[in-house]
Design a protein around this ligand. Structure first.
Ligand code: NAD
Ligand code: UD1
Length: 338
């Protein structure tokens, strides 16, 4: 299939692009590089062994997106092009609502004009909100979120469900990611956050490489075995494989399907620090600090549905996640160096 990756130069999009190419699909990328670098696309081509058609454009720009559909016979769209910094979304909510929702509407409208009927969406475990107890199952009701970023995901899921209800030809796959970490095993592509990392693994990697002095562990007094939060960390390459399965499933199915993409195994913040140290042999200096507003004590996935329906199963261990993160960080201490 020919797959359009909106936001395909980013962290998850670039790894997905490699796995799609290796599975024999064609890839078209549109990205405005607001949180990524064109160098990622060059490396995707190197790892995927094939050329990628790419456009530098804002996915809110309808004329430009129309042109992309005119110039390419797109079979399926994967929408990664979102803003994702939770703290920034609290400070700049309108920016988040405008970007995340407008990109979704623009893609849906242009798909309708072009007769493209398959849409795979980057959603998040955050849509389960505070009301649900782990493990999260796809049949649970969406909950309430503590920040505008989370609400954009809830709203976009609802928009996509309504669009599919109104158009029986449309296939919508909502992929709810848990905590993606790691990098391609080559160390050529990986996560390249701008400024101070918000998420745990990139922060650990930057402490290990000497870019930051120490990690602050957000809270040591949660009701968990070691007092730090529990999360379901998933290797980004397993996540990428989940997208390949979702695209192939969308080829022959109609309607809306939701899939959790997680391993089903929770680890604490201290588990991650220890695993990183033992996989890499590098010490990670840390101190326990106050809780971060909005953090939930624990959540992880029930991933049975993706296993059963998509035939997808995670293959990579926590050790792989740590080793591959470190290979990327060590070989590219300043990321893509944009
Ligand atoms: P990322 O920032 O690395 O990738 C997003 C890409 O979209 C970037 O390359 C950015 O330049 C591009 N982009 C943003 N707005 C755009 C626009 N208007 N036009 C064109 N390009 C635009 O983020 P990621 O970690 O790869 O996440 C991808 C998607 O998955 C996001 O929607 C994110 O909310 C979602 N998600 C991520 C995580 C995670 O932990 N990384 C977890 C759950 C969900
Ligand atoms: C966060 C977002 C979530 C989003 C996801 C992926 C919040 C409240 N949630 O999830 O909506 O979908 O990122 O972008 O921000 N930690 C530290 N020190 C750090 C960084 C993190 O101790 O410097 C801890 C956190 O408290 C948490 C765990 O590490 O317990 C994982 O944090 P993070 O990587 O930010 O992911 P989430 O909070 O799960």
């Amino acid at each position: 299939m020919k797959v359009l990756l909106a936001g395909g130069a980013g962290y998850i999009g670039s790894h997905t692009a490699v796995q799609l190419l290796r599975a024999g699909h064609e890839v078209v990328i549109v990205d405005d590089f607001s949180n990524s670098s064109p160098e990622a696309i060059r490396r995707v081509e190197e790892l995927g062994g094939k050329k990628v058609v790419s456009y530098e454009a804002d996915v809110k720009d309808k004329e430009k997106v129309r042109q992309i559909f005119r110039e390419n016979d797109i079979d399926c769209v994967i929408h990664f092009a979102g803003l994702k910094a939770v703290g920034e979304s609290v400070r700049l909510p309108l920016k988040y609502y405008r970007n995340n929702i407008d990109t979704t509407l623009t893609l849906l409208e242009c798909m309708e004009e072009a007769g493209c009927t398959r849409f795979v969406f980057s959603s998040s475990a955050t849509v389960y909100g505070e009301e649900n107890d782990p493990p999260y199952v796809e049949t649970m009701k969406r909950g309430s979120c503590s920040n505008p970023y989370g609400w954009t995901k809830v709203m976009m899921e609802e928009i996509l469900e309504d669009a599919a209800k109104a158009n029986p030809k449309l296939t919508v796959i909502l992929l709810r990611y848990f905590n993606p970490i790691g990098a391609h095993e080559s160390g050529r592509i990986g996560e390249d956050p701008q400024g101070i990392p918000n998420n745990l693994m990139p922060y650990i990697a930057q402490v290990a490489v000497g870019r930051r002095d120490h990690l602050t562990v957000f809270g040591g007094d949660y009701p968990t075995p070691d007092g730090t939060c529990l999360r379901d960390y998933i290797h980004v390459m397993d996540l990428a494989d989940g997208h390949v399965k979702a695209v192939e499933y969308a080829e022959n199915h109609r309607g809306v399907e939701i899939f959790n993409l997680g391993t089903g195994t929770p680890y604490s913040v201290l588990d991650i620090i220890k695993a990183f140290e033992s996989a890499t042999g590098v010490k990670v200096k840390y101190e326990i600090g106050p809780r971060r507003a909005g953090d939930l004590p624990k959540f992880w996935a029930d991933s049975a549905k993706a296993q059963k329906v998509l035939g997808w199963k995670t293959k990579r261990s926590l050790e792989d996640m740590c080793r591959d993160t470190w290979k990327w960080q060590k070989n590219n201490p300043m990321g893509y160096g944009k």
